[in-house]
Design a protein around this ligand. Structure first.
Ligand SMILES: Nc1ncnc2c1ncn2[C@@H]1O[C@H](COP(=O)(O)OP(=O)(O)OP(=O)(O)O)[C@@H](O)[C@H]1O
Length: 393
C-alpha cells in the first residue's frame, strides 16, 4: 500500500491522484429529489487499489461517473489525475481509463481491430496502438482470440477485452465499475489475476466498485463503504473488521419446544451464562443454517417453527479466548452444547455493524443472481447487531 488512508495531509497531496471535496449529485425523479451522492470527500494516493463497496443504489456508480466526468456534479469539486473535472473534463478523460458496467461492444469488429480503434480514438499513432494492443492482448490472455469478433466472445473474455480497451492508452488511473459482476467464479479469479498483474507491472492506480465482499476483502488495500450516498467507512479491510466487527461464536443446543418468544430453555439459560460472562452481552438467537420453519424477524427476534433447531450467536472480541471459557461455563451450568463454531468477521459483519443491515441481503442479490455463485460461501443472513463484547471472566 502506497499510503494508508490515515497518512498525513502533505504526503497525500504530494501523491494524490484523486482529490474530491464535497462532491454531491442529486437527481430529480418525478419531481422528487434523489440524493445519489452527498458530500463525498476523497483522497486517493497514486498506486492505491481502492474498492468501493455498498448495496444497490448506494451511489457508487454515480461517484465514479462524476469522477470520470461522465456526469456533472450538482456541487463540489474534484481533481482527477491532475485535472479539474469541471474545468478540464477532456484532459481527465484522456488521462484515465474507465470500464463501465457492460462496456464491451457487441459488435462485429475483430478483437484486435477493436483495440486499434480505441488507440486511434485516444490519438495514438497506428504503430504505438499496435504495439500496445499486442502487449495487452498477450498479458490478458486474449492473443489467441485476436481475430475473433467481439460478439463471439464469452462473458469473461469480453470483460478482459473491456479491461484491455480501458488500458490501451496506458492510463495511470483506472476506474472499474463492477468488473466481475455476472462472471462465474473461475472467470472472476482470472480477471482479478489480470488486474493485479497489470497493476504490478505498470503501477496503475485502481478504483473499483464491487458487490463482492470477498473481492474487496482480498484484493483492495483500502475499502470505502458507501450507503445512502455517503461514505460511512474508509480503511483497510483488516482494520474495518477489527474495529467495527468482532469474531462470531455460534453455539448449537439440543432442540426442544420453543416458548412463546421463540426460544428454548437451553437457549435462555445459555444467554444468561453468556451475559454473566460477557458484560451483559447475551447474544442473539438465530435459526440454524438451512432450517425450515424458522425465520429471523426484522426486529431481530426469531420466529421458529415447532422443533426448529436454534443457535446462539455472539459477536465478541478475541473469540478464540472467549469460546473455551464460555464452553466451560455452559458445561458447569449443565447446559448441553451440541455444536460450537468460531468465525472471523467479514466485511458483511462490518456493514451490519455500521447499518444494522446485511450487504448479502441487499448488495449481492444482483451479483449472485447474475453469476449463480457465491465464492465467499454461504448466504445465510443473521440478525446479529450486537457490538463486540469483551470477556470479563
Ligand atoms: N440517471 C439517474 N436518474 C435518476 N436517478 C438516478 C440516476 N442514476 C442513479 N440514480 C439514483 O441514484 C442512486 C444511486 O445510484 P447508483 O447507480 O450510483 O448506485 P450504485 O451504488 O452504483 O448501485 P448499483 O450497485 O446497483 O450499481 C439510486 O437511488 C439511483 O436510483
Amino acid at each position: 500500500m502506497t499510503s494508508s488512508p490515515h497518512s498525513s495531509g502533505s504526503a497525500r497531496s504530494r501523491d494524490a491522484i484523486i482529490t474530491a471535496r464535497g462532491l454531491t449529485k442529486q437527481f430529480t425523479v418525478k419531481r422528487a429529489q434523489v440524493d445519489a451522492v452527498t458530500d463525498l470527500d476523497l483522497d486517493v494516493t497514486r498506486g492505491e487499489l481502492v474498492a468501493f463497496l455498498g448495496p444497490n443504489g448506494a451511489g457508487k456508480s454515480t461517484s465514479l461517473r462524476m469522477l470520470t466526468t461522465l456526469l456533472p456534479p450538482t456541487s463540489g469539486t474534484a481533481v482527477v489525475a491532475g485535472h479539474d473535472i469541471a474545468r478540464d473534463p477532456a484532459a481527465v478523460r484522456r488521462t484515465i481509463g474507465y470500464i463501465g458496467q457492460g462496456t464491451s461492444a457487441g459488435n462485429n469488429q475483430r478483437v484486435r481491430d477493436e483495440m486499434l480503434s480505441q488507440g486511434a480514438f485516444y490519438g495514438m499513432s497506428r504503430s504505438d496502438a499496435a504495439r500496445r494492443t499486442d502487449e495487452l492482448l498477450e498479458s490478458l490472455d486474449l492473443a489467441p482470440l485476436a481475430k475473433r469478433t467481439v460478439m463471439g466472445l464469452s462473458g469473461g473474455q469480453k470483460r478482459r477485452l473491456d479491461i484491455a480497451l480501458g488500458l490501451v492508452h496506458s492510463p495511470s488511473l483506472l476506474f472499474l465499475d463492477e468488473p466481475s459482476t455476472g462472471l462465474d467464479p473461475q472467470s472472476r479469479a482470472n480477471l482479478w489475476r489480470h488486474i493485479l498483474e497489470l497493476r504490478e507491472q505498470h503501477g496503475t492506480t485502481i478504483f473499483v466498485t464491487t458487490h463482492y465482499l470477498d473481492e474487496a476483502d482480498q484484493f483492495a488495500e483500502r475499502v470505502l463503504v458507501m450507503d445512502h450516498g455517503r461514505v460511512i467507512a474508509d480503511d483497510t479491510a483488516a482494520s474495518l473488521k477489527t474495529t467495527l466487527a468482532g469474531d462470531v461464536i455460534t453455539l448449537g443446543f439440543e432442540g426442544g419446544a420453543p416458548d412463546a418468544r421463540g426460544t428454548t430453555d437451553a437457549l435462555t439459560r445459555a444467554r444468561q451464562v453468556a451475559a454473566r460472562l460477557l458484560d451483559g452481552h447475551a447474544g442473539e438467537v438465530v435459526p440454524a443454517r438451512g432450517s425450515a420453519g424458522s425465520a429471523t424477524t426484522a426486529s431481530g427476534s426469531t420466529a421458529a417453527g415447532p422443533g426448529a433447531p436454534l443457535r446462539l450467536e455472539l459477536v465478541v472480541d478475541h473469540g478464540d479466548r472467549v469460546l473455551p471459557v464460555l464452553l466451560r461455563e455452559l458445561d458447569a451450568s449443565g447446559i448441553a452444547v451440541t455444536s460450537a463454531a468460531l468465525r472471523q468477521p467479514t466485511l458483511d459483519d462490518v456493514f451490519l455493524a455500521l447499518t444494522g443491515r446485511s450487504l448479502r441481503d441487499e448488495g449481492e442479490t444482483t451479483a449472485s443472481a447474475a453469476s449463480k455463485a457465491d465464492p465467499a460461501g454461504g448466504t445465510e443472513a443473521t440478525a446479529t447487531t450486537t457490538a463486540p463484547a469483551q470477556v470479563s471472566a
